[in-house]
Design a protein around this ligand. Sequence first.
Ligand code: FES
Length: 653
Amino acid sequence: MILDAVSYVSFPGEQNMNPSAPAGPESVTISFRPDGKKIRATRGATVLEAASQAGITLQSSCGGRGACGKCRIRLISPPSAPSDAELRHFDEAELEQGWRLACQVQVETEAVVEIPPSSRMMREKISLQGLGREVEVEPGLSKIFLRLPPPSLSDQRADLARLLDSLGGDVPPPSNLSLLQDLPDRMRRQDFNVTVVLSDGEIVEAESGDTAAQLYGMAFDIGTTTIVGYLTRLLDGAEVAVSAAINPQVQFGDDVVSRISFVSTDEEGLTRLQEKVVGAVNEIIQEACREGGIDATRIYELTVVGNTCMTHLFLGIDPTSLATMPYVPVNAAPRTVEARELGIRINPRGRVHVLPNIAGFVGADAVGVIIASGLEENRGLRVAVDIGTNGEVIVAKDDRLLACSTAAGPAFEGARISQGMRAASGAIDQVTLIESGSGSMTEPRLQIHTIDDAPARGICGSGLVDAVAVLRKIGVITSTGQMLPAKSAPPSASPFLERLESKDGKLRFVLAGPEQSAGGEPICLTSRDVRELQLAKGAICAGMLILLEEISAKPEEVEELLLAGAFGSYIRRESALAIGMLPAIPPEKIRPVGNAAGLGAKLALVSGKMRRLAKEVAGRVEYVELSERAEFHQRFADAMILEPVSGARQADR
Ligand code: FES
């Protein structure tokens, strides 16, 4: 966007852009049709610049060089001789009708211009595939390039006044003293060509030259195990790069309870955990910038979601109160802080916006899931489960939104599983039972798939769910999770008995032999791994059933079940239903939606409206504390059984 040093006049019946500013000899009037806007712009400004000043953004992909031909306008008056570029883009008849290129026409006298719809820049939209949500890109941040008239003896306005005048007079002076200290150099370094960065109408930065096209932000999902950052171009919402890393806090415990315990027992605990997460965020920023070819100083804002404990630790707030009854957070409101206050390395005047939390164990990540999936929109009975180290369940029905947190543990992210790993190259992500051979000579066989078809290095969450479902089917594991020795296994297990082996007196089932594994060691599933999965899936299923009961709904009435989180994208619905991880909901109603929490952070980055919605939604959600529910423990015990949750079992509840 380009503005010039301007003043404004009013015209009867038309929108006056700034009635208080005087007209000067160096300015001319331009009126725009059909908008009905009239402005005064510096004599010699192009129509493209003047239109921008009037708040009309024209398509200009060549940057005003007359090359793209997209900034077509009709010059109603005065007549103007076509430039070479215009002669290339229009035929004689069009030129005769007044068609011109906005970037080529310089206004020297009063002008009337018509802007056709086809030349206007439409507001970009982000469409979330499968989530039924379309959001206009309308960030609170914007940039305006100003070509300021240099001071002279006849124009001795102060630098700041010169800048503010050119912005139309309704932008307040910046509150930041350091910005004022930098201003003289920034304005003079490129001959009074300067770009200002506005955040919700307030000047937050001024840069030398025209940097208007470089406006970036990053959305972060800070998980207990994984941190993901989305580098986003704020002009159109385009994703420039995505980068992820393990949350380095895992060295102090793989769940939130152990991190809180570290904070409360180590004097330096809070500082160390904050340094770890901030360090990881900075590394992700660096990597994303490298991948996108972006200078990190062109990132002006971060939005952050995470569970309540993670957002507390990120902000350096002691989360100890989350671990003791009644589990209250220190902060639930959305928070905007200076990036440098946190040590985040983006533009030094950039800001970090942390979305609101809902309760002690339902955080901003759940708010992200809600706004990304439109759960607040009253589209029937919908359930979302964000499967991470903390499994958050959200149920939406009519105008109600209910949420609970289930201590799923990190099993789905590969932690606490003997050979578990994240969903990365070499992870066993699918285990299926197939028939090999032909005719009557077929025999069941185990088929293992690894990510990238790489030699097996471990097993990730979806592989774990598959493996347990298959082992249940062939009878190697009982419904209570016990792994049977060969002598007790049913006939259906016969083709697989050679995979059962004992190590250190404990039974294990070989999923991938040494010849299939990257390290030459077999990849196995142990009874303890099965137990970890039972605990995780039992907690999620019980949480979901209790929320449904709370609104007097039955699982079969659920119109849509959204599986959020990276794990949710890979999980095979049939396997999850077979082991009773989910209540009996028809598979076609179950949909993986990827990292919906991260998408929510991204929506809050590119849309002020969505940011406001996040705040509103957080205040609306009814939090259900499972630990105070007498029935929870029974539901949990039932849900640990490795069997589909039948209609009868549901009815019993
Ligand atoms: S902006 Fe490309 S031709 Fe005018």
